[in-house]
Design a binder for this molecule. Structure first.
Ligand SMILES: C[S@@+](CC[C@H](N)C(=O)[O-])C[C@H]1O[C@@H](n2cnc3c(N)ncnc32)[C@H](O)[C@@H]1O
Length: 224
């Protein structure tokens, strides 16, 4: 998978050089190229924002540098072009899984009060939100999107079964997990998990997943 990110703050994406996403990059399982939108500004001071028409707080990102950057990075429009935006469709595990099938993604990160609407209308395929709250920029949302998608890219996870068993994979939350020691501060691991009976373990996990989902996220069970 190839991912192009358009941002005013490319250095923020150094955070993806750690942990799972960093290892996957080292192994060549995906490529990530960050493009600085400012490099495409035709303004002599490299400005990328201006005051909103109609007045109001803050600044709006200019359409010209973004349009030129997108046209240079994806001239044939072969990438799925996404704008990270609080007004977009809220990201779900199902959408993450679908996007992981794309060969190319282009992710636009907004800043300030957002982006001139015209460049979104001309160049963007979809808007994605990571939740009903407002962050100062699209960089952290873009990293959330990239991390969640990469978990579905073959060989990124050590064990591909992880994405099958985990929360949201079957419209349920995950069962409780335990590791050593078997007893901790007077609390023991549930007996069934050390019984060696795999059928019983599976049954217990399914029951626990259902109980936890019913308690924490009953909305997930509504369609079941
Ligand atoms: C301060 S926000 C702009 C908010 C905008 N004025 C509004 O009220 O919808 C700046 C940028 O952060 C990003 N952003 C903020 N919250 C986000 C969210 N929940 N999901 C995805 N992107 C978000 C977007 O790229 C946005 O252009």
């Amino acid at each position: 998978m190839k991912i192009d990110v358009l941002t005013l703050f490319p250095e923020m994406f150094d955070a993806l050089n750690s942990s799972l996403t960093g290892k996957a990059r080292e192994k060549g399982l995906y490529t990530l190229v960050c493009h600085n939108i400012r490099d495409y500004s035709q303004d002599k001071h490299k400005r990328c924002d201006d005051a909103p028409f109609g007045g109001g707080a803050g600044m709006v990102m200019l359409p010209q540098p973004i349009h030129d950057c997108i046209s240079a990075v994806d001239p044939e429009h072969t990438a799925r072009r996404i704008y990270m935006s609080p007004r977009g469709a809220t990201l779900t595990q199902a959408r993450v899984r679908q996007l992981s099938q794309c060969d190319r993604l282009l992710i636009l990160c907004g800043h300030y009060e957002g982006v001139d609407q015209r460049v979104l209308d001309i160049d963007i395929d979809e808007e994605i939100s990571i939740g009903d709250y407002v962050l100062s920029g699209g960089e952290i949302p873009a990293m959330v999107l990239i991390d969640s998608i990469l978990r579905y890219v073959p060989d990124v996870l050590g064990n591909s079964q992880s994405t099958v068993d985990e929360s949201f994979s079957q419209a349920m939350l995950e069962y409780p997990q335990y590791t050593r020691p078997q007893e901790f501060m007077g609390m023991s691991v549930p007996e069934v998990l050390v019984s060696g009976n795999h059928a019983m373990v599976d049954k217990w996990r399914q029951e626990q997943a259902l109980l936890i989902t019913r308690k924490m996220r009953p909305d997930l069970l509504e369609d079941k």
